[in-house]
Design a binder for this molecule. Structure first.
Ligand code: ZN
Ligand code: ZN
Length: 132
């Protein structure tokens, strides 16, 4: 029994050490954003300040603050991104056809490319005629 407990504590110790090493490597950068992101990757706990829930198995990534949260704090309104959601909703409400216009824009550029090709073709045809 005694040996089992010893190996368990040893493995826990090595885990802790590797985590510290990862943290050291993660914070070994001048860019604050990179450091924060790396720490988030190393530290698999909920991004909510007062929450210690693990998110290694299942995490909800917030598209507004890119934080990883446990199921309790996954909703933007709960962890403090409610404002961002409202802003986003307002934007979609004010510009509901943004996606549509993007598609139209793509179509237009396609048409332009086709026209340019045709113009090139016609120019080449003219040049050929001129040579003859
Ligand atoms: Zn958020
Ligand atoms: Zn949480």
């Amino acid at each position: 029994m005694a040996t089992v407990t010893q190996t368990q504590t040893k493995s826990q110790e090595s885990k802790l050490k590797s985590k510290n090493k990862n943290l050291e490597e993660a914070t070994n950068s001048n860019d604050l954003d990179t450091v924060l992101n790396n720490i988030k990757k190393v530290d698999n706990t909920c991004s909510f300040t007062k929450c210690k829930n693990r998110t290694s198995d299942f995490a909800i990534q917030c598209k507004y603050c890119t934080g990883r949260f446990c199921t309790t704090h996954g909703l933007p309104e709960i962890h403090g991104c409610g404002e961002a959601v409202r802003r986003d909703e307002k934007r979609t409400f004010l510009h509901p056809h943004t996606k549509l216009s993007q598609e139209k824009h793509a179509q237009a550029s396609d048409k332009l490319a086709a026209k340019l090709k045709q113009m090139q073709f016609e120019r080449k045809a003219k040049q050929c005629k001129g040579k003859k």
